[in-house]
Design a protein around this ligand. Structure first.
Ligand SMILES: Cc1cc2nc3c(=O)[nH]c(=O)nc-3n(C[C@H](O)[C@H](O)[C@H](O)COP(=O)(O)O)c2cc1C
Length: 527
């Protein structure tokens, strides 16, 4: 095992929560001193994006076949809509004197470590350069003006993480949550693009080093502890035929461009330090790679009954904080639809160009026509045998559906178990179903430690799909990052690190907290 993989494995093991102890985190939190959720770069030109809130006509159900959605022209309004529907505000919540923003992309603890950048290469609607998206103001800050004349390759979106924002509350485990959030943000970007008739191409070959160069993250413009770490570059296909992207020319343009602004400090002082996060960030940083051209054959999904537009569903997405534990069973077709939407054969996963490494173990509590109990959804047929071999010999692995690779493993009431496993959170047991996302782990990261992050991204992408599918089915979901890792493994019979559970999720009928007021997303902007 190489040194970096060892560092990653050590990080993973020491940040497990267990029934006996939680991963290391601050002993106390001063909410008054929370890092600023909205990064600003002082000294940049601001480009105000057209007024947010426009509805798009594409229905959520149309997103199953996104190629049938007419492509919107690339202009400032539509680029703004892409950013808004992916990373913009969706509402404000108020409870007593506290007021906080929610966004289209969810985030563990609503801390939002993810930052988004738009890179323009042509001169059609914005000067070529790098722009930081400020979701609070729905505006762009121009960080770089490219000096070279680039071939017009449309727009790209870059994502990075401020680990500190998350570590401030969650301590050592925060690096995992930052990765989940990147996966959610990628999913949010895909759905926003699809609603505009566009597609997202993950530029997976890029090294983190080059992403940092392009986004200006390697510059001396950040307070040391508040650095942004490069994660992802995506190219947005806004037309059927796009000219090829010249990576070297793009990097040269950024290198020789004129840069503006300095990142404002997110917080006055930093009380706790989490050096393991810096260590794992370095150990899991990605070199330039050649990536395979894998693509699953698209299969039709079980039809969605949703008649709302995609933009409505995206803006109404929320995490349920409580569920109605006495809900009528979830219709079986809705359950099957949600599961079919997270298979690699679904349109939402076309941007994910690798065979799936994440499989679902589902605790069914209240689903019409299904015995309560544990079920498995291997997301790739090749994983079936090894999942069977790695889990309890008593599981019966009976296929339950013609339409899906869903297997019944065990019958029994798992509500209490699910709740206990998810750090005693009632949302895991009061729902229609909750689930653990189990990764093909040890072998995946053995030679390529940066794939540790990609495993979490895949979980986040699945989570984002479930969030939106739950809304579309008239129920609601919640991501669960807090769970007792090895207790989950024990319940399933997993004994070593061949498989590891990396994320949980729960879906049910939400109970609204009427004490909370909901305010419009962009009521604070001058019209
Ligand atoms: C990676 C991740 C982990 C999360 N873990 C939990 C959790 O353990 N418990 C919980 O109640 N909510 C959890 N959430 C939900 C967040 O608290 C929620 O996304 C955030 O408060 C923003 O609210 P919204 O999703 O309604 O926009 C998680 C969300 C994400 C993305």
């Amino acid at each position: 095992m190489n040194q970096q993989t060892e560092t990653v494995l050590n990080y993973h093991n020491r940040t497990k929560h267990s029934l006996e102890r939680y991963a290391k985190a601050p002993e106390s939190i001063d909410w008054e001193d929370q890092p600023d959720q909205f990064r600003h770069f002082s000294g940049c030109e601001i480009i105000t994006l057209p007024k947010p809130g426009t509805e798009l006509e594409a229905l959520f159900a149309d997103l199953d076949n996104p190629e049938r959605i007419p492509k919107k022209p690339l202009n400032l309004s539509h680029a703004g809509l892409l950013l808004e529907l992916a990373f913009g505000l969706s509402a404000w919540k108020q409870f007593g004197p506290s007021r906080w923003a929610l966004r289209c992309n969810p985030s563990s603890g609503n801390l939002h470590p993810t930052e988004a950048y738009l890179i323009g290469t042509g001169e059609d609607f914005i000067e070529p350069g790098v722009y930081h998206y400020v979701s609070h103001d729905h505006s762009l800050e121009r960080r770089c003006r490219f000096s070279d004349n680039l071939a017009d390759a449309g727009i790209l979106i870059g994502l990075s993480s401020v680990h500190w924002r998350e570590a401030w509350k969650y301590g050592e485990r925060a690096f995992r949550y930052c990765q989940h959030d990147i996966g959610h943000a990628l999913g949010a970007l895909r759905y926003a693009a699809a609603a505009l008739g566009w597609t997202v191409e993950l530029q997976a070959q890029w090294s983190d080093h080059d992403i940092a160069k392009l986004l200006g993250l390697d510059r001396d413009d950040f307070k040391k502890e508040e650095h942004e770490f490069p994660d992802i570059i995506c190219r947005i296909h806004t037309q059927s035929e796009m000219s090829p992207l010249d990576l070297k020319a793009l990097l040269d343009a950024a290198q020789s461009g004129t840069w503006f602004g300095k990142a404002d400090s997110l917080r006055a002082y930093h009380m706790y330090k989490w050096p393991v996060i810096d260590e794992v960030s370095i150990a899991a940083s990605k070199p330039q790679t050649e990536e395979p051209e894998w693509l699953a054959v698209r299969r039709p999904l079980i039809e969605s009954s949703c008649t709302q537009t995609a933009s409505q569903i995206i803006r109404q997405r929320r995490s349920a904080q409580q569920f109605d534990g006495k809900m009528a069973p979830l219709p079986q077709t809705d359950f099957y639809r949600m599961l079919s939407a997270v298979l690699p054969t679904a349109a939402a996963f076309e941007l994910w160009r690798w065979p799936p490494k994440i499989h679902l173990f589902v605790f069914v509590h209240r689903v019409e026509g299904l015995d309560p109990g544990i079920y498995a959804l291997p997301r790739h047929y090749d994983a079936l045998e090894s999942l069977q071999a790695a889990t309890l010999p008593g599981f019966d692995w009976q296929k339950t559906s013609e339409a899906l690779p869903l297997y019944h493993l065990y019958s029994g009431d798992c509500r209490k178990v699910a709740k206990t496993l998810s750090c005693h959170q009632p949302i895991a047991g009061d729902s229609a179903f909750s689930l653990g996302m189990v990764a093909e782990f040890g072998e995946t990261i053995a030679e390529k430690p940066w794939l540790y992050r990609r495993l979490f991204w895949e979980c986040g992408l699945i989570g984002q799909t479930l969030y939106l599918e739950a809304e579309a089915a008239g129920v609601r979901g919640t991501g669960i990052g807090c769970y007792f890792d090895d207790s989950v493994h024990e319940i399933l019979g997993i004994k070593d690190d061949k498989f590891q559970s990396l994320y949980h999720f729960t879906v049910g009928k939400p109970r609204e907290d009427n004490r909370m007021e909901t305010l419009p997303a962009y009521g604070h902007l001058k019209s």
